[in-house]
Design a protein around this ligand. Sequence first.
Ligand SMILES: Cc1cc2nc3c(=O)[nH]c(=O)nc-3n(C[C@H](O)[C@H](O)[C@H](O)COP(=O)(O)OP(=O)(O)OC[C@H]3O[C@@H](n4cnc5c(N)ncnc54)[C@H](O)[C@@H]3O)c2cc1C
Length: 303
Amino acid sequence: MSQIWVISETQSALLELVAHAKGIAQGESIVAWAFSTEAAQAASKQGADQVIELTGAKRPEDYTSAMIERAQSEIPIAILWGSTRRSKEMAARLAAALDAGLINETFNLKREGQSFRAERYIYGGLCVAREVMETAPFMAIMVAKTAEALDEGAACHIETLTNSETKIQMIELRPNLATSNLGDANVVVCVGRGIIKSEDIELARRLASKLGGELGCTRPVAEDLHWMPEENYIGISGQMVKPTVYIGIGVSGQIQHVSGIRDSKTIIAIEKNENAPIIEAADYALVGDLYQILPALLSSLGA
Ligand SMILES: Cc1cc2nc3c(=O)[nH]c(=O)nc-3n(C[C@H](O)[C@H](O)[C@H](O)COP(=O)(O)OP(=O)(O)OC[C@H]3O[C@@H](n4cnc5c(N)ncnc54)[C@H](O)[C@@H]3O)c2cc1C
């Protein structure tokens, strides 16, 4: 039977991808590639028809040769990927090996017969490009939070694929303490260049922690000032977030940033310039100096 594959190293993305795959399937079976037993079990109950659990290697990239080999024999009609740095790397390797087209950061995916139609932002979020792909396998990296995981049902078969062959030897594994879970956060506090010194980010961190949220930043804070890791910047070329509450602090709200937050339920801006674009995008704006507003807010929250 013809297949649609979904591949992600994170469980939440994998379950969203299964839902996307269901949306475009026309009788194909949905094969989920999972990198942990928990993710494999969840996918097996939440919509996948077959699950392949990958074990043995230390890094997801070590499995790409197994995926290529299997793809060359199964010829899946489509392969959907999660939008993480790691998945993007694997997707690029598979696309090159299979001579397949790959559409990045797709937020709207449709099937028309044997062709696939995908939408993604271009020109820094000002326009939407609609792209059609007619040759298999169609490959797309799906924007996070654009589908809901499916309800639980009967579990399907889980196949275990072990790969202990890798040319890379793991010397030491250290947790990256700087990484955050912005994509899944309910509250996102984001710092922009309105923050004067890197130490002042601590004020925003305290607010995020008090609200049980995650801390992100704008691209210049990460890429130009290097005050936060690049994984933490939000926007069209960074992380797309969809929290219940987004609070921008000293963020001007240029289109490339707003493209990454526009699906937030409530947008709050703390910004001194009443003409900054973030004010237009926001549901609530505190217009004034963040160095007065933030301490007052923290003290009223008891943080
Ligand atoms: C192709 C491309 C892709 C891009 N992708 C992204 C992306 O994914 N994400 C992203 O964030 N950017 C992206 N950018 C950059 C983007 O265009 C903006 O330059 C950037 O978002 C601006 O960051 P900022 O709001 O921190 O800084 P600024 O635009 O400098 O804004 C700082 C704001 O802080 C306010 N401020 C200053 N002092 C205070 C104070 N004391 N109290 C309150 N407010 C204060 C100012 O009024 C100002 O509005 C991209 C650019 C390009 C060209």
